[in-house]
Design a protein around this ligand. Structure first.
Ligand code: OAD
Length: 233
């Protein structure tokens, strides 16, 4: 139940951060990574989202991403995304750090966001490294670079790959100085986002988790709403 202390915290917050994971898009019909539906043609997501899998069979990986792009295009932002978008104008300082690549946060209207795992509608050339947007499902698979025709790959941070350090720095700088942190719909199985959240909490950010299940961060947060994000937000 929402109590007076929490309302006061939210009303007086000046610098607010939100960290989201796949759970916030579950109510839009996008399967989470580790929940039921995280399989495709008997492959686990964890076995496809790797540089080794792409090197072995780029066509297979692009087919998987084309299927996922279609799921994202068919989905709409849900009330959870909409509230997170409105938060931008409620608070004097705001940053959304998302692990999601589904593009639903930008579609809901968030502009102050860092997509630390990339975006499914962006491709990157394996040769010239240039990035380009894909507005619709690619007609030609595997996708070729718009600039030099070499093989392109999804602009996604895969298992075993390094993060974009500039983006991570932006996220970290904001989170460490935040006074309120919402952690929404993440299982906390990936180290970097967990590290960001736990550092923010140990720097004094008041953490509110929204997740029907416990995550690896639940024991660190100040408050846990064990329900769906659309409803609670
Ligand atoms: P997971 O699939 O690991 O976790 C999804 C979380 O959402 C779980 O803790 C669920 O309990 C919760 N959840 C489910 N329905 C929900 C709802 N309606 N409202 C709120 N929460 C709900 O997904 P992530 O934690 O996002 O990385 O996974 C992190 C990263 O692992 C992903 O970004 C992906 C994957 O490797 C990359 O692709 C780079």
């Amino acid at each position: 139940m929402i109590n007076q202390q929490l309302i006061t915290k939210i009303k007086s917050a000046k610098r607010v951060a939100v960290l989201t994971g796949a759970g916030i898009s579950a109510e839009s019909g996008i399967p989470t990574f580790r929940g039921a539906g995280g399989y495709w043609r008997n492959y686990r997501a964890e076995d496809l989202a790797t540089p080794e899998a792409f090197a072995r069979d780029p066509k297979l990986i692009w087919e998987w991403y084309a299927m996922r792009m279609q799921v994202c295009l068919d989905a709409k932002p849900n009330p959870g995304h909409e509230v997170v978008a409105k938060m931008e104008s409620y608070f004097p300082e705001f940053l959304l750090v998302t692990q999601n690549v589904d593009n639903l946060h930008p579609r809901a209207g968030n502009t102050k966001l860092v997509e630390i795992h990339g975006n499914i509608f962006t491709a990157r050339c394996t040769s010239c490294q240039k990035k380009f947007k894909m507005e619709s499902i690619p007609k030609q698979i595997p996708v070729q670079c718009n600039f030099c025709n070499s093989l392109a790959r999804p602009h996604i941070v895969w298992f075993g790959e390094s993060y974009d350090l500039k983006l991570l720095q932006i996220a970290r700088n904001f989170l460490l100085e935040s006074d309120l942190l919402f952690i929404i719909g993440t299982s906390g199985q990936v180290g970097v986002p967990v590290q960001l959240a736990s550092e923010a909490i140990s720097h004094g950010s008041y953490a509110i988790e929204i997740n029907p299940e416990n995550s690896t961060i639940s024991n660190l947060v100040n408050m846990h709403f064990a329900n769906s994000s659309g409803e609670i937000l």
